[in-house]
Design a protein around this ligand. Structure first.
Ligand code: FMN
Length: 184
């Protein structure tokens, strides 16, 4: 058994998966706010909080939804059915001194992981996508200099069942004891 199947993990971690099929049911603005409130509570280098989230619900902001959808690669066309689309964005430099923050994308990804878990708690499914045109996103979403699009995401109610098996490398391939490659 791998850790992905241990029943002792937090239920939201066990239940999270990335769907490719959404129902048309809308997600409320309050749910979106809670999900990104969770993201905003992530840890970050020097508490820089480099993350920014651009989000558009189809029912509340159809033009924004179309704008974000226009940045997705054809292989991610399934995501256009999601009632909510978004892009995570990372500030590249520290606010305090303007120097590059080497952890800007790391910390933004950590925030998105918390968003995905809060989505599970809301009965929702958040699926991140690297398959989008970052240059186009920067342009059409008017992302200012100093910020970098990191990933697109879809959010909504899944109508696909959770996969029965979580596809993961065996734990000894990723968890080491004291040195790289050494068994714990
Ligand atoms: C940064 C990032 C980029 C991803 N890009 C895509 C993508 O472009 N298209 C897609 O269908 N899934 C994408 N995924 C989803 C992964 O394929 C998925 O998380 C992985 O297969 C594990 O499955 P699970 O999330 O259901 O556990 C991405 C996930 C992450 C975190």
């Amino acid at each position: 058994m791998t850790s992905a199947t241990s029943p002792l993990l937090l239920p939201a971690i066990l239940e999270r998966y990335s769907t490719r099929s959404y129902t048309p049911q809308n997600v409320s603005k309050e749910q979106i706010e809670r999900i990104f409130n969770a993201a905003h509570l992530a840890a970050s280098t020097m508490n820089e909080q480099p993350w920014r989230f651009i989000v558009a619900a189809r029912d509340l902001d159809p033009e924004g939804h179309t704008r974000i959808g226009s940045t997705l690669v054809p292989g991610n066309a399934w995501a256009l059915a999601a009632p909510v689309l978004g892009i995570s964005v990372a500030g590249k430099n520290f606010a305090r001194n303007g120097k590059p923050n080497p952890y800007h994308k790391h910390d933004t990804g950590a925030a998105m992981a918390l968003a995905a878990l809060q989505a599970v708690a809301e009965g929702l499914n958040l699926h991140q996508m690297g398959g989008f045109d970052a240059a186009k996103a920067a342009e059409v979403l008017e992302i200012p200099e100093g910020y970098e699009p990191v990933a697109a995401f879809a959010l909504g109610y899944s109508d696909a069942p959770e996969p029965p098996v979580r596809q993961r490398k065996a734990m000894p391939e990723v968890l080491f004891g004291g040195k790289f490659g050494v068994a714990l």
